[in-house]
Design a protein. Structure first.
Length: 355
């Protein structure tokens, strides 16, 4: 819910298709639909969690929102400015406003540059500070992320994975951004370090008023940090809801299956958890199934699911889902056909929540 805050990021029908080339002339013979019609908003100061299994398009979506790719279709508006079709030269002026924390802290840091040089690089590219002012700013950023400023002249290989990720976070903060995409920032870290990095991100958000798009496959960590959660499957958002509502009563069968896989720390409760085992493999994003993308694995699949792709619609305040189980149009058709025992739309939604 917005709670009176303004929308900082607006994404509408975002598509990111990568061409498949074939034949002697290397012509396009198909496309990998990595992101296929995604829509969501992110409000100032909130964290939107993006979850889903590997290959569902989470990271591609994050990069497309920042225009690290030239998007295929749709619109991305950040702080009231439509950046969908801006050139790279025009985007360069907006880069200080939006930054990214990458998944692998070792791969995203130049091994030939010192920590001070890495953190100062954005300041050199976009700022007008003197050498002394840049160094002072580097020290401020190192203090903010919990790095000893005495290590400023060391190289990345001298640091642990958690410390390298802190360097990446400091670099992202250098230009005082409003919006940061965190692309699985804890996936490459030891479990003992993950909580430290997430707590750091929360502290920085409160201190600097940051807005996050937090991409992860770790559902328990997303539950800790996110205000709202979007669940992706095969390039599409299948459910979007406030965190507590989604974890307590998921509406989409795929969300139910994901949450049932989260380990329960209490062994007594763990024995009572009913796992939902999905059969089959995830379809290829270059050849998705007709109708709903999840119809080939859904335990609640219906005949209509194989024919019609469900609309992504709001079925309760702040709760969006793309599933025929909550399709008011389908229910009205059934009612008009004279079916017995028909329910109202609100009752139909409530049945889905209790499922």
């Amino acid at each position: 819910m917005s709670n009176g805050r303004k929308k900082l990021v607006e994404v509408k029908n975002l598509k990111m298709h990568f061409p498949i080339l074939g034949g002697l002339l290397r012509r396009q013979v198909g496309a990998v639909k990595a992101v296929d019609g995604v829509s969501f908003d992110i409000y100032e100061g909130e964290t939107l969690g993006i979850v889903g299994e590997s290959g569902c398009g989470k990271s591609t979506c994050g990069r497309a929102v920042l225009r690290l790719y030239d998007i295929t279709e749709g619109s991305v508006t950040i702080d009231g400015r439509d950046i969908s079709h801006l050139s790279q030269a025009q985007l360069r002026k907006l880069r200080p406003m939006m930054q990214m924390v990458f998944q692998d802290p070792q791969a995203c840091l130049n091994p030939r540059m010192t920590v001070a040089s890495i953190i100062a690089e954005p300041l050199e590219e976009h700022g007008k500070l003197t050498g002394k002012e840049r160094l002072e700013r580097v020290y401020e950023l190192m203090d903010a992320v919990g790095l000893n400023r005495n290590f400023a002249n060391r190289y990345p290989h001298a640091f642990s994975g958690g410390q390298r990720q802190r360097i990446g976070i400091a670099r992202a903060l250098a230009l005082n951004p409003k919006f940061i995409v965190c692309d699985e920032p804890i996936a490459a870290l030891d479990v003992s370090i993950q909580a430290q990095v997430v707590n750091l991100l929360e502290e920085l958000q409160e201190r600097f008023g940051l807005t996050y798009m937090f991409i992860s496959h770790d559902l328990s960590m997303v539950k800790h940090i996110a205000d709202r959660v979007a669940v992706m499957y095969l390039g599409k958002v299948v459910e979007l809801a406030p965190r507590d509502a989604l974890y307590q009563s998921p509406l989409h069968p795929y969300t139910e299956a994901l949450l049932s896989a989260v380990p329960e720390p209490d062994p007594w409760l763990e024995e009572k958890v009913e796992r939902i085992i999905l059969t089959g493999d995830v379809p290829s994003p270059s050849n998705p199934p007709e109708g709903c993308n999840f119809c080939t694995r859904c335990p609640k699949v219906m005949e209509i699911c194989h024919r019609i792709d469900p609309a992504f619609q709001e079925v309760a305040p702040g709760r969006f889902v793309a599933c025929h189980l909550h399709d008011a149009t389908r229910h009205n058709i059934t009612t008009s056909a004279g079916s017995t025992g028909a329910t109202t739309r609100s009752e139909h939604i409530q049945q889905g929540e209790n499922a």
